[in-house]
Design a protein around this ligand. Sequence first.
Ligand code: ACM
Length: 262
Amino acid sequence: MRVGYFQFDPVFGEVTRNLDLVTDRVSEAQCDLLVLPELFASGYQFVAEQEVEALAEPIPDGPTTHRLLEIARRQQCHLVAGLPERHQGRCYNSAVLVGPGGVVGVYRKAHLFFEETLFFAPGDTGFLVWDIGPAKVGVMICFDWFYPESARTLALKGAEILCHPSNLVLPHCPDAMVTRCLENRLFSVTANRIGSEERGGKERLTFIGSSEIVTPKGRILHRAARDQEELTVLEIDPGEARNKTLTRYNDLLRDRRPGLYE
Ligand code: ACM
């Protein structure tokens, strides 16, 4: 299975420009699953509710999902990508999974970071896993990494690949995802952005790039630079995530002690 990410520098509010850039850059990618960053076409640093309302889109009937569907159909692949979603009068920091046959699912970010809490409603979908044929994929967004329950819940639901659209500003996530993969025996594809935003007199946010693909044994197959646009696609065997045997005596999920965790 060929999986990858596209790391780039979106321009805030320039949705068409960002969608055109992504469409152009990924047009040569031969992959089964491609992950794009959190809020990849809108930009990240919202400073007013009206901005979120103006840029949030319904799924599937918004320009971002339409474009993702075009790419998925043309390139016969699945994509996971972050966008501001408008749903029943609320705005969510969401990620959509699309494939050649249409929208497969939507995840709404559970753990909002910093000023996202001012502009987005906390996600209400829970952590979801979808079977896309070659693998079962689960979705978490950026700061969800800080809560190991996110990845563990996805592992318990059968995820083999964590798709992780991100706009990381804190330094520790790329290393932490090695542990998330090890402790759950699954792959991760973190798609982060690069560049910075400084809007509305707020503090400058500098995004750390370093998108990466990590194996169930915690090996970083590839980590991108902190500040370069980069499309990476690699071959993996999702079957490696199905074997949860750690030793002759230890099975990762079977040996959990949930009664002791409360
Ligand atoms: C983040 O959750 N965007 C850091």
